[in-house]
Design a protein around this ligand. Structure first.
Ligand code: SF4
Ligand code: SF4
Length: 302
């Protein structure tokens, strides 16, 4: 696919929210219109944090310390401070944004979220997921705790994780249309950052088991919820194939030594080095960039 076709396709994908919201009669759950929502503190803060992350990576400033501080800020800002400053609360959560329209029909907050995340993903691979998602940040912070190092050498092959993520999404769509409910109600790590645990006993037990499992897996695998379950992860993975800024390899200086593959926690770097057309999700952690002694990897526009 040529560059022009890629950008045209991305533009068309992102046009969907605009065209749907052009309907004056569209329901407004929060009392705000689609355009008013885009100017609320939550969306502006998400955009600013994501752009700061993109700039830091562009100048290769994501060493372990900087990345940890950055992720902590992101998690605290959108995952904890929200208890006190509700305007920063990522509600609807990215999971709800991608799924609730299938059940309740399109509403402005969902499309505003999808548009902001979509634009960020087109600017840079996982511009939102890699930088401004509190659940993504929490998983990466847990992965970076230097324990269970031997287990961390194992990677879930992307073909398997992506197939699981797609199958879950397909089952969701079938159940949503057939029964008007969502399977993501039971497998949503964003429930943790709602910080509301007043629920029926059975529901609470399921929530605790799922959350603990995901948090434990995060210490072994890089962002398991993102790669295996999150529908927003699936949406942004599709978009990142068209991203303008991404991790790239200088073919003339790369001798395929494999050092970056060993150092990186993700399945994406292998696809990048091998110049695969469809690549696994890259969450912009920056580890691969600093692992190459020949400076053959960079983040930017071609
Ligand atoms: S894939 Fe989902 S959980 Fe992961 S960073 Fe993106 S929105 Fe957050
Ligand atoms: S290590 Fe993987 S996720 Fe991190 S920037 Fe490199 S390719 Fe992306």
């Amino acid at each position: 696919m040529t560059k022009t076709k890629k950008y045209l396709l991305s533009f068309l994908i992102l046009l969907i929210p605009f065209s749907l919201m052009a309907d004056e009669g569209a329901p407004k759950t929060s009392g705000l219109s689609f355009w008013q929502l885009l100017l609320t503190p939550k969306y502006i803060a998400v955009f600013i944090v994501a752009v700061i992350g993109i700039i830091l990576l562009f100048f290769n400033q994501f060493n372990t310390r900087n990345r940890t501080i950055f992720l902590l800020v992101s998690f605290l800002l959108f995952g904890v401070v929200t208890i006190f400053i509700h305007t920063l609360f990522l509600s609807p959560s990215p999971v709800c944004s991608t799924t609730k329209p299938f059940i309740y029909g399109p509403k402005p907050p969902f499309f505003a979220t999808i548009l902001v995340i979509g634009v960020l993903s087109i600017i840079a691979t996982k511009g939102f997921c890699g930088n401004a998602c509190p659940v993504g940040a929490l998983q990466e912070l847990l992965y970076n705790i230097p324990i269970l190092k031997k287990l961390k050498r194992n990677r879930i092959p992307f073909k398997i994780s992506n197939t699981i993520r797609i199958i879950i999404a397909i089952i969701f769509i079938i159940i949503a249309f057939a029964f008007g409910t969502s399977i993501y109600y039971y497998i949503n790590l964003f429930d943790l950052i709602h910080w509301e645990f007043d629920m029926p006993a059975l529901e609470l037990a399921e929530f605790i088991v799922f959350t603990l499992l995901m948090l434990f897996l995060s210490m072994i695998f890089f962002r398991p919820f993102c790669y295996l379950i999150c529908p927003m992860g699936l949406f942004t993975w599709i978009l990142e194939q068209f991203s303008i800024m991404k991790v790239r390899v200088k073919k003339d200086s790369c001798d395929m030594c494999g050092a970056c593959e060993i150092a990186s926690p993700c399945p994406a770097i292998k696809d990048i080095i091998n110049n695969k057309k469809i690549k696994a999700d890259c969450h912009l952690c920056g580890i691969c960039l600093s692992s190459c002694s020949k400076n053959s990897l960079y983040f930017g526009v071609k």
